[in-house]
Design a protein around this ligand. Structure first.
Ligand SMILES: *Cc1c(COP(=O)(O)O)cnc(C)c1O
Length: 404
């Protein structure tokens, strides 16, 4: 079991007051809080090692380079990736996805098809639409059902020899649904399509084995799993990454430059032009250490308990409806109360020190499916408590009294 009381001491921000009340942070799906261990790793870098990586022969640069590369190895190990060169540092999930989309813009042609799901984050829809506009490929959609699950039959119907890419998130950020990506990958591969998975909401809650999944590309951000903002990863199969054109040009990504022709460096450097977010990468490594110290098995079972408890308590509130009722979901609850606008509930919760997200959560197609303007989303992490959930329930009831 988790010693949540002790764990909470690692998160200084959880002690602060918001609107005169002790902060209750239920917006973990937007960004997670950062433990002291990660903050320390970042400041240690600036105190002691600050220097550019992969460039100098001098002492500090070598230290910074080893710390930077050590994080790559930690990520490789954590996600069971076979080689460290398959871990490409990016500025986050959005950047990772854009690298793949812009690479395929040079490979695909008119008549090819790309499949995305109705459960996607906007960052997963827009790059593919841009690609389709540029190249003339067609975007097709895997439909969802009212529980918030993907309709696999609708996937099978649109899958064909024309399908070149399939893009699905591992976990939906607005509903928490864990999508059956093993099945999706297996089916897509039968048609020779490549699969890219957005793992931004999956990696904070469990640790996928990327090799075993047989996924072609997988993207995630550090800031959703206790790491800093502005750093993320693109994983890919080695031969695919070698074959994918680079995204932007600059220093660090070349092996030979003349005005006639430039040859690119090997992966991962081919995709890492310019000075990377060095402190962020080091902080990311520290975040993985921190989480592995707690243990993902412990995190999974505790978050399941939190989700079960919160679902039961919220369902007791008159007029409250939960959106996203998959039996496979992470600790995210999206809800509305009768016709009350989610924003109004969010404002009152904020006055009581409770941070939730309100709105469309960058997933307008899901909101359109349910024909709602948005939801209130409470997303829980392993440092949240049952008492905080009780306070949320109390605060929602109070909001209903004020707004009705
Ligand atoms: C947060 C999120 C993103 C975007 O991540 P960035 O770090 O902002 O690039 C993409 N997809 C999902 C499912 C997310 O939750």
């Amino acid at each position: 079991m988790l010693d949540v009381k002790r764990i909470r001491k690692d998160f200084p921000i959880l002690n602060r007051l918001v609107n005169g009340k002790k902060l209750i942070y239920f917006d973990n799906a937007a960004t997670s809080q950062t433990p002291k261990q990660v903050i320390d790793a970042i400041s240690q870098y600036y105190f002691n090692n600050n220097s550019n990586v992969h460039r100098g022969v001098h002492f500090l640069s070598e230290e910074a380079t080893s710390a930077f590369e050590l994080s790559r190895n930690k990520i490789q190990e954590h996600f069971k990736i076979s080689k460290s060169c398959q871990v490409i540092f990016t500025s986050g999930t959005t950047h990772s996805i854009n690298i793949v989309a812009s690479g395929y813009a040079q490979k695909l042609k008119k008549g090819d098809e790309i499949i995305v799901s109705e459960l996607e984050h906007h960052s997963n829809i827009v790059p593919w639409q841009m690609l389709c506009e540029r190249v003339g490929t067609k975007l097709r959609v895997i439909r969802m059902n009212s529980q918030g699950n993907l309709d696999i039959k609708s996937f099978e119907k649109i899958l064909s020899k024309k399908t070149k890419l399939v893009f699905v998130n591992h976990v939906s950020n607005s509903l928490g649904t864990i999508n059956p990506i093993e099945e999706i990958i297996f089916k897509a591969h039968k048609y020779g399509a490549k699969v890219i998975i957005d793992g931004a909401q999956a990696v904070p809650h469990f640790n996928p084995n990327l090799q075993k999944l047989d996924v072609d590309y997988y993207a995630f951000s550090a800031h959703k799993l206790c790491g800093p903002t502005g750093v993320g990863v693109l994983y890919g199969k080695e031969e695919l990454l070698k074959d994918l054109p680079p995204y932007h040009g600059g220093g660090e990504m070349i092996s030979n430059v003349t005005f006639e022709k430039t040859t690119y460096a090997e992966i991962p450097y081919k995709f890492e032009a310019g000075t990377p977010n060095i402190s962020g990468v080091i902080g990311f490594g520290a975040a993985l250490d921190y989480l592995n110290n707690i243990g993902f098995n412990n995190i999974i079972s505790y978050e399941e308990e939190l989700l079960k408890y919160a679902t039961e308590k919220l369902n007791l509130i008159n007029g409250l409806k939960i959106f996203g009722e998959s039996i496979n979901k992470t600790s995210v609850i999206s809800f509305n109360v009768d016709e009350i606008h989610p924003y109004d509930i969010g404002l009152i919760l904020d006055k009581m020190g409770i941070a939730v997200r309100t709105g469309k959560h960058c997933t307008q197609p899901i909101m359109d499916f349910y024909n709602i303007p948005g939801t209130v989303r409470a997303s829980f992490a392993f440092y949240n408590t049952f008492e905080e959930i009780d306070k949320l329930v109390f605060a929602i009831n109070k909001a209903i009294n004020i707004l009705k």
